[in-house]
Write a protein that binds this ligand. Sequence first.
Ligand code: GDP
Length: 331
Amino acid sequence: MSISHAVHTDSYRPLDRSAPVFVAGRSGLVGSALWRLLKAEGFTSLLGPGSTDLDLRNRSAVFEWFAKHQPHAVILAAARVGGIKANDTRPTEFISDNLLIQVNVLDAALRHGVERLLFLGSSCIYPKHADQPIREEALLTGPLERTNEAYAIAKIAGITQVRSVRRQHGLPWICAMPTNLYGPGDNFHPEHSHVLPSLMRRFHQARIEQAPRVVNWGSGTPRREFLHTDDLARACLVLLERYDSDSPINVGTGEDLTIRELSDMVASAVGYEGAIEWDPTQPDGTPRKVLDISKIAALGWTPLIKLPDGIAETYAWYESTGPGGARLPRQ
Ligand code: GDP
């Protein structure tokens, strides 16, 4: 596979604010941030059917929907996502659902001649032992992390499909690879969610129940990078309007911290003061995945939300939303 790494910083191709834009996955963590941003940016014809109105795994339903609504642009933010345990224990759903969603949406978008499309992947597509910070060129250069291999391979298939459409049909579709994301509207399920909301919920409950100790997973030594979804949403718009290359492009902060450091930060935001222990029988996952963000930085985008501020804001949302002081978990 040969990848051209050209970044065309000079061509600004604004999206038509009145044309229909389909935010696939509109009610999810990323989709809801995109929706907020695009509304604020003056988009007047946003399309975001919920999963009960349109199951993206249903091919004929997706094709019918595209025929009816004729979107001008598509942001593919719909995916089955989850934390390390969900990925590790339910790989079948992660590969199957994600492949179905992607193939259906990308095929329907091609059939209906959608001009502008952004496919969202994940930093887990890169090899487990990629050089850090990870450059886009690391794609497909080594073995993947086992715990999320099924999800990563589905996302790599999506990148390959987008690149195939570019090559064969000449459409300027693009792929972005965000790092670990967080923000309001996240999934706070105790077992299935990602580390940041998991820790927030665990510390919240421990504080309320005055528990003397909590137990987190793994060794706490892996390093991770966290990006607020409002920063990602801004990046998506910048990319749709300024980026045109068959290389996926990283979106992150370029800064990481250990899971222990994250844990201390979340405990402090929540006000939990008890003991924090670690369960080494739980998987650590990849040792480190911090992204090289020089390509997107060259387009003029930079993250604005500092991690402690984003955590405080997300906790305020968590505390205030839903019954019992904290929203019920989503599956
Ligand atoms: P990953 O980035 O794909 O590995 O996904 P996660 O966000 O689920 O996990 C990141 C890291 O946090 C891993 O090293 C986990 O072992 C660690 N971790 C510690 N406690 C928790 C927890 O309660 N939930 C989750 N999901 N991860 C945890």
